[in-house]
Design a protein around this ligand. Sequence first.
Ligand code: UP5
Ligand code: MG
Length: 205
Amino acid sequence: FDHDKVLVIFVLGGPGAGKGTQCAKLVQEFGFSHLSAGDLLRAEQHREGSQYGDLIRQNIKEGKIVPSEVTVKLLQNAIAAELEKHKDKTEHGWGEGKGRFLVDGFPRQMDQAHIFDETVCQSKFVLFYTTTEEVMLERLLERGKTSGREDDNVESIKKRFKTFVETSMPVVDYYRQHDKVVEVLKGVQITEVIHLPSTLKEFPM
Ligand code: UP5
Ligand code: MG
């Protein structure tokens, strides 16, 4: 696909910060395609014949980062598939090879940021959701009762928090230095759609 025609916004935040929930709202409002790196990895883990199943399962359970090549490849394939699927769409700046994507839960390690910038495209900006670990823990344990996610248990959650602080926060700080971070502070209501910069609505593509 033509990398100049792809608009990407990274959606970051700790485990359970509400990335997926907020992305679903932004999809409805602004016509984005939502790509959750975690969802793509879980789908690949369960795909028959995947050579990465065990690798992904182990890392997710331990709250560690799956090797970047795997995730970047999955994201690239997903972007290409979405562009193909929506090639006749014209609303919200789609069509003629153009598309807009919320990339949720990625990049979460510095090398991923560089690989994506160089091989896919530069993100327009980063939406960063924050709340306390206490709130996130409570949400994830609640979700764990029905989610079936192998990492929604106390042991895995604690490891995910640690990885987030040590490995993923430096990515947020890196984008902060480039003035790319829009921070959405704790207290955002689940029913509320956060206000995006107005430029997004009329993105010139
Ligand atoms: N909820 C949400 N917002 C709420 C609100 N405002 N008030 C009250 N409740 C709210 O929300 C979590 C729960 O909280 C839900 O039940 C929701 O209803 C409620 P959700 O929107 O799902 O939060 P989200 O931030 O998406 O949480 P998630 O658990 O998905 O975040 P993680 O970052 O931990 O998970 P992800 O799927 O991105 O990654 C999982 C693992 O995959 C990683 O740990 C890692 O091992 C691996 N991974 C990689 O290796 N590389 C990658 O690039 C990406 C992932
Ligand atoms: Mg999520």
